[in-house]
Design a protein around this ligand. Structure first.
Ligand code: ADP
Ligand code: MG
Length: 283
């Protein structure tokens, strides 16, 4: 079923056929596309430029240049950009296993081994980004895709729409991210750096292991940072989880940025470095 027919003025359709919708973002829709010549499949992000503000255009430019820069097995691979008068098409590697978000909806609670497989890949990917001087700034289950539906699936980090370059000692202040996953220093406007990404990974790990967000946020939440971001593992669900996992979460969800573990330090944490030594296989 082809949704669009070829028209002369529209250059995308010279090279691709667009098929079903794969997902929907803030100002984009993503479709499965087939290259007419090679018959290879891609994901094509379609952005209607007329509905995009000047600021959002800037974000798009930065998303594209950052994607061009990155080469990592767990980062979505950019194939080509097709820019027409009204529409921008970003053709990228097609990922077929859906969003981690949907897997969370079906699994609800992950075994520690399964969570470890996902988070280990995420830590490695984010350590790579930070080494390149890039902060993703919107790490959340919707932006983590899976290559298939199995427990051994590879992750592919996507949506670099909010990502930015950040110099080693630079502090950024522009608010960004998604409330449930965003680090406290973004909300308090005190300046932030790459460690906001490791905080978001902590939120995701907590969610995978317990089925709940560590700091549920609603409109009336009073954001007194010292009172609000207090972690506890009191619920019975945490009994089956290893001490190392809980320690690792506490190191990621550390309010004090100086004390919070960085992605490269996280690679050395026992729960990442030697999980079979600390995870109970039967939990
Ligand atoms: P936005 O920046 O507008 O949020 P995303 O890049 O996050 O857009 O894409 C929106 C959704 O489209 C994703 O959450 C995902 O479900 C789907 N999607 C994006 N890229 C791909 C891809 N390469 N392969 C498969 N699905 C994708
Ligand atoms: Mg997105």
């Amino acid at each position: 079923k082809v949704l669009y027919s070829t028209t002369k003025q529209n250059t995308l359709y010279n090279s691709y056929e667009l098929h079903e919708q794969l997902g929907q973002g803030k100002f984009s829709t993503v479709y499965r596309g087939i290259n007419k010549q090679t018959l290879a499949e891609f994901a094509i992000k379609v952005i209607d430029k007329r509905s995009v503000s000047i600021y959002e255009k800037e974000l798009l430019r930065s998303e594209i240049s950052i994607l061009r820069l990155l080469r990592h097995p767990n980062v979505i691979y950019l194939k080509e950009i097709i820019n027409t008068k009204e529409t921008l098409y970003i053709s990228m590697e097609l990922v077929k296993g859906g969003e981690l978000y949907d897997l969370i909806l079906t699994e609800k609670i992950f075994s520690e081994i399964h969570a470890n497989k996902i988070i280990t890949q995420l830590i490695k990917t984010v350590a790579y980004l930070h080494k390149c001087g890039i902060i993703h700034r919107d790490i959340k289950p919707e932006n983590i895709l899976l290559t298939d539906k199995s427990k051994d699936a590879q992750i592919k980090l996507t949506d670099f729409g909010l990502s930015t370059l950040c110099a080693p000692n630079e502090l950024l202040t522009d608010p960004c991210g998604t409330l449930a996953y965003v680090a406290p220093e973004v909300i308090t406007l005190q300046g932030y750096n790459h460690k906001i990404d490791t905080w978001s990974i902590g939120v995701i790990l907590y969610l995978l292991l317990s089925g709940k967000l560590p700091f549920p946020i609603n409109k009336n939440t009073e954001l007194d940072v010292n009172k609000y971001y207090v972690l506890n593992f009191k619920e019975p669900i945490w009994k089956r989880v290893s001490t190392s996992a809980k320690n690792f979460i506490s190191r990621l969800l550390e309010v004090d940025v100086q004390k919070r573990i960085s992605a490269s330090e996280a690679l050395e944490h026992i729960w990442i470095k030697n999980p079979t030594a600390v995870i109970n296989e039967n939990s």
